[in-house]
Design a protein around this ligand. Structure first.
Ligand code: NAD
Length: 331
């Protein structure tokens, strides 16, 4: 029922995407999202090598015959990854949809487009959305300040950013940051988006391959349990508040911090080792304010079905009922 420009353009049943999530966007989750009728993305840089990304693409294809994509994120890293080789693995893997995110996506968009791949560019500012559209992006995912991971440096929440982008962007647009339920999906559509992208909400599902301790902590957390790190380094990241995030914030607050002063705390390697041990306090973990709206650990299918049913109910009954009442009042 919920047909939008996004579902039409990307051949999916529902206007819901699971965008790139470092350490989480793997075959099992992505295939579950695809099988539930939404659009999932494998996170390229979660795989240690381009060869392992190629394997992960194959594994996903074994688990679903529905469309899925790969995310390629271009942000500062301790060891710059061989982007061109990851790109090649995506192209040669026969992937048809890519989500790019981060800085200067032009060469990536050019190469993907030259190989007939559709590109959704995720960004955090209207000017960057327009620039990606000029570069040839087929869709935009506009990411508000509420989001997990990197919200940019403008601090514009979705309630403003989404309609501001919708006023100018002409290609289909997903709203990202702060979405977890049918209310959010309807709000995004009302604000001018063609669907939603969710990260943290999909982390807290049965198919996400992260320890239960992380899922339970995100369920227990409310909307205040995030920290903004790297503010002073102009690479702001919203992460789950924990011992390490508080230490990083304290170092930055002291003033004059360089990346080297926090590298031992924030390194992805440390975060992934802590995750593998199930220790939610020993590394950085991306999570959004939307934790305040997450109260359970459903299967992906239960989650997607619930969001769609709730959205349809709100549109068909709650909102339509309001219009009816106004019409009766006017009569
Ligand atoms: P990493 O170990 O290289 O770096 C850890 C964190 O430090 C990352 O957030 C990175 O952006 C930041 N960083 C690295 N060098 C920096 C510098 N010189 N100045 C400022 N910040 C710096 O990265 P990783 O954990 O192995 O992740 C690999 C890629 O995935 C990176 O591009 C990272 O940004 C991205 N990532 C994205 C998210 C998200 O958006 N949800 C979460 C984690 C990682």
């Amino acid at each position: 029922m919920l047909k939008t420009r996004f579902t039409e353009a990307f051949g999916v049943e529902y206007p819901i995407a699971q965008g790139g999530m470092q350490w989480v966007g793997k075959a099992q989750l992505v295939a579950a999202v695809a099988n539930a009728g939404a659009l999932g993305f494998i996170t390229a840089l979660t795989q240690p090598t381009p060869e392992e990304l190629a394997n992960e693409i194959r594994r996903t294809r074994d688990l679903t015959d529905k469309p899925f994509g790969v995310n390629l994120t271009i942000l500062p890293t301790i060891n710059p990854p061989p982007y061109a080789e990851y790109r090649r693995a995506i192209i040669e893997g026969g992937v048809k949809i890519v989500e790019t995110a981060g800085y200067k996506p032009q060469e990536h968009i050019d190469d993907f487009k030259a190989h007939g791949i559709k590109v959704i560019h995720k960004c955090t500012a209207v000017r960057h959305a327009l620039s990606a559209e000029r570069m040839g992006a087929d869709a935009i995912s506009i990411d508000g300040f509420e989001c997990a991971g990197h919200p940019g440096e403008d601090d514009i929440p979705g309630l403003i950013l989404i309609p501001a982008a919708a006023d100018k962007v002409t290609v289909p647009m997903l709203a990202s940051g702060g979405f977890a339920d049918g209310r959010g999906l309807v709000a995004a559509l009302a604000l001018g988006a063609d669907g939603v992208n969710m990260g943290t909400r999909f982390c807290v599902t049965q198919e996400a391959q992260i320890p239960d301790s992380f899922k339970q902590r995100m369920v227990a957390n409310d909307e205040r349990q995030t920290d903004l790190i790297f503010r002073t380094l102009h690479n702001t990241a919203r992460v789950m508040k924990n011992k390490v995030s508080e230490e990083v914030v304290a170092i930055e607050r002291a003033g004059g911090a360089k990346f080297e002063d926090v590298q031992h705390l924030v390194a992805g390697k440390r975060g992934v080792a802590a995750m593998e041990r199930g220790d939610t306090d020993d590394g950085i973990w991306s999570a959004g304010m939307v934790q305040g709206l997450i109260h359970d650990v459903p299967t992906v299918k239960e989650l997607v079905d619930r969001i769609v049913a709730e959205a349809e109910e709100i549109i068909d009954r709650r909102l339509a009922g309001m219009v009816d009442r106004l019409a009766h009042a006017a009569a």
